[in-house]
Design a protein. Structure first.
Length: 258
């Protein structure tokens, strides 16, 4: 593994009982980058994240994190190594307050002063959480719960953040707000991120590099800038027909020469 690659999956195969979810998946995430995995429902995107975080043990292949092989480890061990997972569907602790949810995210830490400072830092990123600090998490809106889930994961000070469908069930306005914060955290904190997202448009606008997953296999990989230029990506994930895409590029080229 090269110095700037913090995560590498090599020929990973994972299953749910007799059903094989991912087949020979290999990918890399470089330090400080945002990498996205695109694909339809059932393609195996969530399984990749669960395999990395230790929720699922792979049948074959290896997961390397910061130069160490980590597959088949317990999830709490994985968190202590520096990986936090924001699961699909948010899954906050509904009966605990917002503040107590944040404290749960710091369960591996013993630096009380640092934890207190990081709670204030999360309030700066997500001001609504400061306003609702004493409120039960189950009373928050869906968007607020998603913010809390991300903030809780950041409380462990991860070197790698796994984000599973952060836009799920949210309005376009809230989705833009949350992804703006995700980009800000990446830029200001240098937190590396692996993003699973069905909203291909915002995922490709946010990430640096992307993988496309179909039926458990990686079928395409490239920079997000390059993926956005591919006709099949534009047609199947962005809803732009190939002919329209070519016409758009011709129009932009003509406009440049005016």
């Amino acid at each position: 593994m090269t110095d700037d690659v913090i995560l590498r999956l090599s020929n990973i195969e994972s299953s749910y009982g007799p059903v094989q979810a991912i087949r020979g998946v290999s990918l890399e995430v470089r330090k400080g980058s945002i990498v996205t995995v695109l694909g339809a429902n059932g393609a195996g995107k969530t399984t990749i994240l669960k395999t990395i975080s230790g929720i699922i043990d792979p049948q074959k292949g290896s997961v390397w994190f910061d130069g160490e092989e980590i597959q088949c480890r317990d999830p709490d061990w994985v968190v202590r190594r520096g990986i936090s997972h924001v699961p699909e569907g948010r899954e906050v602790f509904p009966m605990l307050s917002v503040r107590d949810n944040l404290l749960m995210g710091a369960f591996t830490r013993r630096d009380s002063a640092g934890v207190a400072a990081d709670i204030e830092r999360m309030y700066a990123y997500f001001p609504i959480l400061c306003e609702r600090a004493g409120q039960e998490a189950g009373q928050l809106s869906g968007g607020q719960q998603q913010m809390l889930a991300i903030a809780r994961a950041l409380m462990s000070r991860p070197r790698l953040l796994l984000l599973d469908e952060p836009s799920l069930g949210l309005s376009p306005k809230l989705t833009k707000e949350i992804f703006a914060i995700v980009r800000r955290v990446n830029r200001e904190e240098g937190t590396t991120m692996l993003l699973v997202e069905q909203n291909a448009s915002i995922a490709l606008a946010t990430a640096d590099f992307g993988y496309v997953l179909e039926v458990g296999r990686v079928v395409m990989e490239d920079s997000c800038e390059a993926l956005l230029r591919k006709d099949d990506i534009r047609e199947f994930y962005l809803g732009i027909k190939a002919e329209s895409a070519r016409g758009e590029r011709r129009w932009k080229k003509k406009k440049q020469w005016r």
